[in-house]
Structure formats: structure tokens, C-alpha cells
Design a protein around this ligand. Structure first.
Ligand SMILES: Cc1ncc(C[n+]2csc(CCOP(=O)(O)OP(=O)(O)O)c2C)c(N)n1
Ligand SMILES: [Mg+2]
Length: 362
């Protein structure tokens, strides 16, 4: 006997072509124009922030920084779809989502400047700090989603990781438990085609990354991640479903990392300029701006005002960041434990004593 016992397919969602024109009629419950304008503003601010952060790093005023250039529609699209009390467990390239959640530019600069106070978000108290260890946040998110579910809370949880992260055990384990326990959890896989110097094709032989959810019994879709409308829409549907008890969901967001991996990388050593410049034709900002021009009467003057406002907001944040007095060296012991273990307490005291000695020697 031989019969088909299961069948799977992966759909792709996109509403706008690369020039911002509609590919099909929009669904009735597409985001309203005010939400899209808010999203566009955050995209502009994020792009300016990105460039400024790199300048600060190059002039010794910030630590290593990972650019999100080209990925703004992914990160802002899903964040726009979240409700205030949903919880976010981000990776390190989610500057735009953090902004949307109410994390300030100054807090983000503090974090990338090596100051732990930047992770103590004043407005997004229940969101998690960035996770730099790859894919670990996916497992943390299953814990948070389990707590939400056990408490019977009506919220959903979102976690974000990259294409490279999907090769890690943590990712597979998180998907598995999210499926078994039907957790209210949305996985956003930002497929920006690169994991530092490892291209997507060398990462997995699977045709899509969305299909990795299928084995865990989780619904998934591939979305044009450079289309803000599609990202917001697909994320909102997945979150509504999760909040209503429908279980987890995975979105593979197709985009491209336009910049270096971080300020410590030089991507010209492993990829062609031609490949990168070709992707500018799918620039998510130009695309949604074209949509607003056509459907929301967005004018040159609106654009100029927006750019000037964002620039002023950014410069104020940079000034605030640079005015924060650095913490003393012993602060490095202060943010991991509620009560410092004896061994570390002794080391902390040594740091203080040594500094006292240095001051005395001067
Ligand atoms: C556990 C762990 N292993 C290795 C690294 C080093 N590392 C930093 S970023 C990165 C690549 C991640 O690629 P991807 O998941 O595609 O995310 P992207 O950087 O493209 O956003 C690696 C291997 C790390 N941070 N954590
Ligand atoms: Mg990647």
C-alpha cells in the first residue's frame, strides 16, 4: 500500500511591488493609513539612527553596532502589529521594533555604548533586552509564552531571529515545544540572506525557512519583508490567532542585509557590490513612500518636515546619550545577580581599592 498521508505547502504574502504599486486588491482589514504613516516615520527615524550610530562608532563614541539598513519594514512591520501588553524578545538588529515599543533612542545608544542602564527600558517594562547569543531568545520566548498561557493572560509573545539562527538547536527546540504546548508565540525569522559571511544557500538545503515550522506542527508563511503592509498584516493575523488560543506561528520575512554585519565587519571581502546594489531596487522605504504618495497624498513638504523632525529628535537623543556620565568600573558586577555572590563581592571590592590606589598615585 502507498498513499499520501500528509501534504504541506508554503505560501508567500506580498501586496506591493518594488515600485510601491499594488499587486492585488488589499484585504478589507489592511492597516489604516495613519498606522502606515506612523510606520513610515519609524522607518525614516531608524534609518537615520543607523547611519548616526555607525558614525558614533567610527569616532570612538559607541561600541560595535549592527546596522539594520534595508530591514526596516520587517522590524517595524511586526512591531506595529503588536499590542502594548504583548511581549517582545528581540535579537540585536531590531532598533526599529524597539522604537515602536517605546524604547528610546537614548536607551538604545546607551546599550550599544556598553552601558547596561540602556536595557532598563522605561516604557517597555515587560519586553526583554536584546539577545546577542544566537537563537537563545527563542527558548526564552517559549518560557515567557508558557507563563502567559498558564496565567490565562490574553497576550501574545513575539521573538525574532535570523536565517543563520534557524540552524541552531535552540531554534528547533523552541519550535518543538511551542508546537506541543500550543504556545501564543510568533516567531519572526528575518531572512536577510546572510549570517555574517555565510550565505543563505550554505545555511540550509531547505527550499524555505518557513517550512521549518511544519515539522513542529506550526503554521507558517513567507512574507515579502520589504513590504511594510504585508509584514504588518501577516503579523497582526498571526498575533490575533495566537491571542485567541490558535497556537504559534512562524513568519519568514524575506529581506536583505544592505550593510556590513556589524561595524567590526567588511562585507566587501565576501560579497559583490553588484549583488548589494541590485537590492536597492527593493528598498523598503522608497516602496512605502511611493504607496503613501499615491494613496495618502504624501507630498514633498510632508517628507521634508518628517526628515527634519526625525533628524532633530535623533540629535537630541545623541546629545542626551553623550551627556550621561559613565558608570565606575565596579558597575560591571552590578547587573547579573540580585545579591552578589561572595567571590564577586570580593573582586568588586578589589576593583574599588585599585582605583583608589591609582587616584592616590596620580
Ligand atoms: C551562540 C552564538 N554563536 C555565535 C555567535 C557569533 N555570531 C554573531 S552574529 C552571527 C550570525 C547570525 O546570523 P543570522 O542569524 O542570520 O542573523 P543576522 O546577523 O543576519 O541578523 C554569529 C554566528 C553568537 N553571537 N552567538
Ligand atoms: Mg541573517
Amino acid at each position: 500500500m502507498r498513499e499520501r498521508i500528509a501534504q504541506f505547502e508554503v505560501e508567500r504574502i506580498g501586496f506591493l511591488n518594488a515600485s510601491g504599486q499594488l499587486l492585488e486588491e488589499l484585504p478589507d482589514d489592511i492597516a489604516d493609513l495613519e498606522t502606515i504613516k506612523q510606520g513610515y516615520r519609524l522607518m525614516v527615524l531608524t534609518r537615520l539612527f543607523d547611519a548616526r550610530a555607525i558614525n558614533l562608532q567610527r569616532t570612538g563614541q559607541l561600541g560595535t553596532f549592527p546596522s539594520s539598513l534595508g530591514q526596516e519594514a520587517v522590524t517595524i512591520g511586526f512591531a506595529l502589529a503588536m499590542q502594548k501588553n504583548d511581549r517582545l524578545l528581540p535579537s540585536y538588529r531590531e532598533h526599529g521594533a524597539l522604537l515602536c515599543r517605546g524604547v528610546t533612542l537614548c536607551e538604545q545608544l546607551l546599550y550599544w555604548g556598553g552601558d547596561e542602564r540602556g536595557s532598563d527600558y522605561q516604557h517597555a517594562r515587560k519586553d526583554f533586552p536584546l539577545a546577542v547569543p544566537i537563537a537563545t531568545q527563542c527558548l526564552h520566548a517559549t518560557g515567557v509564552a508558557t507563563a502567559v498561557k498558564l496565567r490565562g493572560e490574553p497576550q501574545a509573545v513575539v521573538t525574532v531571529c535570523g536565517d543563520g539562527a534557524t540552524s541552531k538547536g535552540d531554534f528547533a527546540e523552541a519550535l518543538n515545544v511551542a508546537g506541543v504546548w500550543q504556545l501564543p508565540l510568533l516567531f519572526i525569522v528575518t531572512n536577510n540572506q546572510w549570517a555574517i559571511s555565510v550565505p543563505r544557500a550554505a545555511q540550509s538545503h531547505a527550499e524555505t525557512l518557513a517550512q521549518k515550522a511544519i515539522a513542529a506542527g506550526i503554521a507558517s508563511v513567507q512574507v515579502d519583508g520589504n513590504d511594510l503592509l504585508a509584514m504588518e498584516y501577516a503579523s497582526r493575523q498571526a498575533l490575533e490567532r495566537a491571542r485567541a488560543g490558535g497556537g504559534s506561528f512562524l513568519i519568514e520575512a524575506m529581506t536583505y542585509r544592505m550593510g556590513d554585519h556589524t561595524t567590526a565587519d567588511d562585507a566587501r571581502r565576501y560579497r559583490d557590490d553588484d549583488e548589494v546594489s541590485g537590492h536597492w531596487q527593493a528598498d523598503p522605504l522608497a516602496r512605502i513612500r511611493a504607496y503613501l504618495v499615491e494613496h495618502a497624498g504624501w507630498k514633498k513638504a510632508d517628507e521634508e518636515t518628517l526628515q527634519a523632525d526625525c533628524q532633530a529628535e535623533l540629535e537630541q537623543a545623541v546629545a542626551d546619550y553623550l551627556a550621561v556620565a559613565p558608570q565606575p568600573p565596579e558597575a560591571m558586577f552590578d547587573y547579573l545577580y540580585a545579591e552578589l555572590p561572595q567571590a564577586y563581592a570580593a573582586q568588586r571590592q578589589q576593583v574599588i581599592d585599585r582605583r583608589g590606589q591609582e587616584v592616590a598615585d596620580e
